[in-house]
Write a protein that binds this ligand. Structure first.
Ligand SMILES: Nc1ncnc2c1ncn2[C@@H]1O[C@H](COP(=O)(O)OP(=O)(O)O)[C@@H](O)[C@H]1O
Ligand SMILES: [Mg+2]
Length: 231
């Protein structure tokens, strides 16, 4: 069958099931993410939000179901191909940066490009531009430990966006920040993603933030409880 017939989005999950022992982290999820969509994923702790992001993003393999990117099945790719695809097509922002402590901000942002064979000079130049757009031009040479939590998260955002990915996965990206810094960081993420034309899936406990995005998907017990398209 033509895989396009299975999907209605840029990124689609079909019948996704993920088990840990006898525990269902995902109990059968269907989801379609349109190009450039901004989707809040909400739900109680342990409901499967992170598992859904990891399965859609190709970090973790589902036990059943399928994942399609632009109509192509991606969940069956080899580990090597999936890791290439993650670097090229996706960007990830986690609760606390996952930056490499020994590297400067610009080196952290350049890292995915270096892994893809971009020359060091070009990678660092693009990294500095990217940091500049997020208001971090003066921090390019600083290590993560020399920055505030909000600045470090903006470095992680710059790193996630630098290759112009189709989808950004942000798992509680402001969870370790105070309310005001969290809001500023989230705004920076959404503006940068919109500029890059990337879709954003963001797991958040912030009701105001979720309400401000066009679509909210509620996960409960590994299932979609509701997925509202507000506009
Ligand atoms: N690596 C793992 N090993 C065992 N159980 C896990 C693992 N990851 C998640 N789970 C379980 O799967 C369920 C969903 O977890 P998760 O996707 O992290 O939820 P959320 O992000 O909504 O808090 C929970 O019951 C959790 O304990
Ligand atoms: Mg989680």
């Amino acid at each position: 069958m033509n895989p396009q017939w299975n999907t209605h989005g840029l990124l689609s999950g079909r019948g996704l099931v993920k088990k840990y022992g006898s525990q269902y982290a995902l109990a059968g999820i269907d989801i379609d993410i349109a190009p450039g969509a901004m989707v809040a994923i909400v739900g109680p702790s342990g409901s499967g939000k992170t598992s859904l992001m990891h399965v859609l993003g190709g970090i973790v393999r589902a036990d059943a179901g399928e994942v399609y990117l632009a109509g192509q099945r991606i969940d069956q790719l080899s580990e090597k191909k999936r890791s290439e695809m993650r670097r090229r097509e996706f960007g990830f922002v986690f609760q606390s940066g996952m930056l490499v402590g020994e590297l400067s901000a610009e080196e952290n942002v350049a890292l995915p490009m270096l892994l893809d064979g971009v020359s060091r000079g070009d990678a660092l130049r693009v990294a500095r531009q990217s940091l500049g757009r997020l208001g971090l031009a003066t921090k390019a040479g600083s290590r993560p430990g020399e920055m505030s939590g909000g600045q470090a998260q903006r470095v992680a955002i710059a790193r996630a966006l630098t290759r112009r990915p189709k989808v950004i996965f942000a798992d509680e990206p402001t969870g370790s920040l105070d309310t005001r810094t969290g809001k500023e960081t989230m705004d920076a993420l959404l503006v940068a993603a919109a500029d890059a034309g990337a879709a954003v899936l963001v797991v958040t406990h912030d009701r105001d933030l979720a309400a401000s995005l066009p679509r909210t998907v509620v996960i409960r017990d590994g299932r979609i409880a509701s997925g509202v398209a507000v506009s």
